[in-house]
Design a protein. Structure first.
Length: 89
């Protein structure tokens, strides 16, 4: 259950984008000659796109429910700490 006022931690969208770029640009170029590896890579890309889409749906539900969302950059470092370090760096 969500505690009132407590943000829901979610991965930053950049995590998905970095993985997708790597898979689409580098992995696909490498596995292209192998139909089996190419198919598996395409399935992985599809799964990541679906995960991002589902996260966006969750974000929309949170927004409609007035539940804050906090994007996480790491499992070890909360977003507010990251923002403070970037501001001081």
């Amino acid at each position: 259950m969500v505690t009132p006022g407590q943000p829901v931690p979610l991965p930053s969208h950049i995590h998905y984008e970095l993985l997708l770029q790597l898979l689409e640009q580098q992995t696909m170029a490498t596995v292209y000659p192998s139909p089996h590896l190419k198919q598996q890579t395409q399935e992985l890309i599809f799964t990541l796109r679906k995960a991002l889409s589902q996260q966006r749906q969750l974000e929309q539900t949170c927004k409609l429910s007035n539940v804050p969302v906090e994007y996480q950059w790491s499992t070890n470092q909360p977003l507010d700490r990251f923002s403070a370090e970037v501001g001081n760096g």
